[in-house]
Design a protein around this ligand. Structure first.
Ligand code: HEC
Length: 132
């Protein structure tokens, strides 16, 4: 019993590895560019730091006809958002490593189908969990 208690106390702390969060931040902001689509812009057209990764209305679409399932909005990706509550961390992990939603389907455009390595996907998730 005592052993279980210790595990419960230690595991969440161990998960929030600052290096992993830093790597996730780098992937989200500089490699996969999630923030560009999932953060609203200010009137000046800059990404709004106060609404970081909180979901946005996209300000672009294809020059020609957009595919019929083209989405104009993106969901809030910060932990605690409706999406996290609905999917849970395991489905998020599966999604980032396979590009498939819990229903086993890809998302609608322009959401890219990412196939991160498990470590990179975990880094992205740890970063998202570190956001308020
Ligand atoms: C080019 C714009 C764009 C980029 C870049 C982008 N997203 Fe998205 N994302 C979207 C759109 C649009 C949706 C809504 C898709 C839908 O409803 O099917 C979405 C939906 C999602 C969803 C929910 C999927 C669903 O089907 O409901 C998750 C999770 C997600 N994005 C995570 C990320 C992460 C993590 C990154 C970076 C690694 C990222 N996105 C980068 C546009 C983008």
């Amino acid at each position: 019993m005592r052993c279980f208690l210790v595990l419960f106390l230690v595991l969440p702390l161990a998960a929030a590895d600052p290096k992993l969060i830093e790597r996730g931040k780098y992937l989200v902001e500089n490699v996969a560019m999630c923030a560009d689509c999932h953060t609203p812009k200010t009137e000046k057209g800059e990404l709004d730091r106060n609404k970081w990764m909180k979901g946005a209305v996209l300000d672009f679409q294809p020059l020609g006809a957009a595919p019929p399932n083209w989405k104009k909005t993106t969901p809030d990706l910060t932990a605690g958002s409706r999406l996290w509550v609905k999917w849970g961390e395991l489905s998020m992990l599966k999604y980032l490593t396979t590009g498939l939603t819990p229903k086993g389907e890809p998302s609608a455009p322009p959401m890219p189908a990412y196939k991160f390595s498990r470590t990179d996907a975990e880094a992205v998730l740890e970063y998202l969990k570190s956001l308020k």
